[in-house]
Design a protein. Structure first.
Lengths: 112, 114
């Protein structure tokens, strides 16, 4: 089963609104990362939050991490049509494993 | 800044053929990862190499093999291709030298098996 599961699977909002996407995971992590992917294109790293951090900001992005609930949220404020993409969370597990485990992604559509 | 380079960007093969995908990591990155993303799916980890040695193995079929060369570039070899192998194949690289390990992804190779 997937390490990370995201909700909602799809989100449609108007330009200027905020978009919130959630991610849950199952095992202990070293860090959690959010990626963006335009349709059929490459993955773009957005932001990384360590397991000992609770909140992080980067521009219009705000990420929270609750290790007790094994969940994270990504908030995009003042959304733009150009934010339309799929957003994935990915976890780097605790221990020696170095690969990322991706969630199923949220398809965000921002309507102009 | 230099990014991860993958070649080819697009590849069309027929069933039972073989394919070789190449990945050139960011200079001075010592780790390479391969991921497979099927249509509408999330990326799945296949295999990784650290300092030219296989470090982790994920859901890579036995028909696939990979290696990392002395110049740190990596190749993913895929044999007896099946229709289900059609996917985006991403390579990522990282370095242990930073305080936090971040993987940098290449643009991907889109493989279509007919």
């Amino acid at each position: 089963s997937q390490q990370g599961e995201e909700d909602p699977q799809a989100l449609s909002i108007q330009e200027g609104e905020n978009a919130t996407m959630n991610c849950s995971y199952k095992t202990s992590i070293n860090n959690l990362q959010w990626y963006r992917q335009n349709s059929g294109r490459g993955l773009v790293h957005l932001i990384l939050i360590r397991s000992n951090e609770r909140e992080k900001h980067s521009g219009r992005l705000r990420v929270t991490l609750d290790t007790s609930k094994k969940s994270s949220s990504l908030l995009i404020t003042a959304s733009r049509a150009a934010d339309t993409a799929s957003y994935f969370c990915a976890t780097l597990l605790s221990g020696s494993a170095r690969q990322l485990t991706f969630g199923s992604g949220t398809q965000l559509t921002v309507l102009p | 800044a230099a990014g991860v380079i993958q070649s080819p960007r697009h590849l069309i093969k027929e069933k039972r053929e073989t394919a070789t995908l190449k990945c050139y990591p960011i200079p001075r990155h010592d780790t390479v990862y391969w991921y497979q993303q099927g249509p509408g799916q999330d990326p799945q980890f296949l295999i990784s190499f650290y300092e030219k040695m296989q470090s982790d193995k994920g859901s890579i079929p036995d028909r696939f093999s990979a290696q990392q060369f002395s110049d740190y570039h990596s190749e993913l070899n895929m044999s007896s291709l099946e229709l289900g192998d059609s996917a985006l194949y991403f390579c990522a690289s990282s370095s242990d030298r930073g305080p936090i390990e971040t993987q940098y992804f290449g643009p991907g190779t889109r493989l279509l098996v007919l």
